[in-house]
Design a protein around this ligand. Structure first.
Ligand code: CP
Length: 325
């Protein structure tokens, strides 16, 4: 795949502002100033949805959705975001099986096709670098909705927005990541994005599922304090944000390898009894057994609000990338 850096230039004709006409491929593209400009618009979107439900900002615009891996939240929140802004969506249903991708068409040619009909494309693929490859071939903005075990930049945007909404600030927080840190693209993007702030990062995982070295190096390069642990007890008392992730069954070679690690970290009401009263529990979802359903009623569980914030952030993102905010 082409490097992300080569294709983060701005496409012409999308108006003014840093976000307009830009492919969104990696959190490495963002600075704090750009994040906060996005979050200001996301806050306006949240207020607007609460007040009126919709606003015709993207009337006449069409968004193409190409999902070559399963999705509920990312696909539906992008779709809802577009509809609430007066635009429409073109969804390639069951794209891995029923589109021409199943005949062997490349992601580049698929995106060239979609942009003939739409104004921007959302791409999810099991292949690291697929969204970047699509963007390199595209004349219209491509947004990475998850590329294998690579990145999920829009999830990281909504995660940071969630911390700001729920805790008021990101600076000063101790964020503890728990679970499958090796395969979890959401934690790869979020750890990198949080390194724009004054935070402490803790990584709790089975030995075989540790955070990749390149993420640790990128975070260290920004001077952020981080440490790895085999037990949640090492860090639970200092944790402000407990970010739980699913062990990703689909990324393992054998069921036996998955079974050996899938139940190592399970968050229950007993776990939260030992956590700070002010802590919050986040999860990108979907969850399997790693957060017990009894945790859902704890006021510190914010993962269902987190997915709602995702729609406001994606509304802001679409408005900005299409040069309308
Ligand atoms: N968090 C997330 O990406 O969820 P989906 O896989 O349902 O889109």
């Amino acid at each position: 795949a082409p490097s992300t850096a080569r294709i983060t230039g701005v496409l012409p004709g999308y108006g003014r502002g840093w976000w307009a006409g830009r492919h969104i491929l990696s959190v490495a593209q963002f600075t704090r100033a750009e994040l906060h400009a996005l979050f200001d618009v996301a806050t306006e979107m949240k207020q607007m949805v609460s007040r009126a439900g919709h606003y015709e900002l993207l009337r006449g615009k069409v968004l193409a959705l190409l999902f070559l891996e399963p999705s509920t939240r990312t696909a539906c929140s992008f779709q809802a975001a577009m509809l609430r802004l007066g635009g429409t969506c073109l969804t390639v249903a069951d794209a891995g099986k029923r589109s021409s991708v199943a005949k062997g068409e490349s992601v580049e040619d698929t995106v060239r096709t979609l942009e003939s009909y739409a104004d921007a494309a959302i791409v999810r693929s099991p292949v690291v670098g697929a969204a970047a490859a699509a963007a390199a071939a595209a004349r219209k903005p491509v947004i990475n909705a998850g590329d294998g075990i690579g990145e999920h930049p829009t999830q990281a945007l909504l995660d940071v927005f969630t911390m700001r909404e729920e805790l008021g600030t990101v600076n000063g927080l101790t964020v503890t990541f728990v679970g499958d840190l090796r395969h979890g693209r959401t934690v790869h993007s979020l750890a990198r994005l949080l390194s724009l702030y004054a935070v402490r990062l803790r990584y709790v995982s089975p030995a075989s599922l540790r955070m990749p070295g390149e993420v640790l190096e990128a975070v260290a390069a920004r001077g952020v304090e981080q440490s790895e642990h085999g037990s949640l007890d090492d860090v639970l008392r200092e944790t402000d944000v407990l970010y739980v992730t699913r062990v990703q069954r689909e990324r393992f070679d054998t069921v036996a390898e998955y079974d050996a690690v899938c139940n190592e970290f399970i968050i229950t009401p007993k776990t939260l009894a030992r956590a700070k009263e002010t802590a919050i529990v986040m999860h990108p979802l979907p969850r399997l057994g790693e957060i017990h359903p009894d945790v859902d009623t704890d006021p510190r569980a914010v993962y269902f609000r987190q997915m709602e914030y995702g729609m406001y952030v994606r509304m802001a993102l679409l408005a900005k990338v299409l040069g309308k905010a």
